[in-house]
Design a protein. Structure first.
Length: 118
């Protein structure tokens, strides 16, 4: 599978999380309309920079995916419902996409060492 298709899947997973958050009485949800706009903007920026091989974008995306799973795991087990479980599955899928060899190779190929001090 090409890197472009893998990143398309990653963007689709972000869109799936956004659609889930827009549903009534969903958990998680957006705080306002501006929260939706800011979230989509940040996600688009992340996918764009990732497509250019940014190691920072890759690390931030992985942090967001794994951090979300950890935050759900820290919730009281009796309060975890279907929406939290599906949220966790999508976040794990995002982490899996970011850890594919093709995406890691893209990020490593664009990582440049800083010039030596003169």
């Amino acid at each position: 599978m090409s890197v472009r298709r893998i990143l398309f899947v990653y963007a689709g997973l972000w869109a799936l999380l956004d659609l889930g958050a827009l549903l009534p009485d969903s958990n998680p949800s957006f705080s306002s309309n501006w929260g939706v706009v800011a979230s989509v903007f940040i996600q688009c920026l992340l996918v764009w920079r990732l497509s250019l091989g940014s190691a920072v974008a890759w690390g931030f995306g992985l942090f967001m995916a794994v951090g979300s799973v950890v935050s759900v795991a820290l919730i009281d087990a009796t309060t975890i419902g279907v929406s939290e479980s599906l949220f966790t599955v999508v976040c794990l899928a995002q982490a899996g996409v970011l850890l594919t060899p093709a995406v890691r190779r893209l990020v490593r190929s664009h990582h440049k060492a800083p010039p030596a001090a003169a």
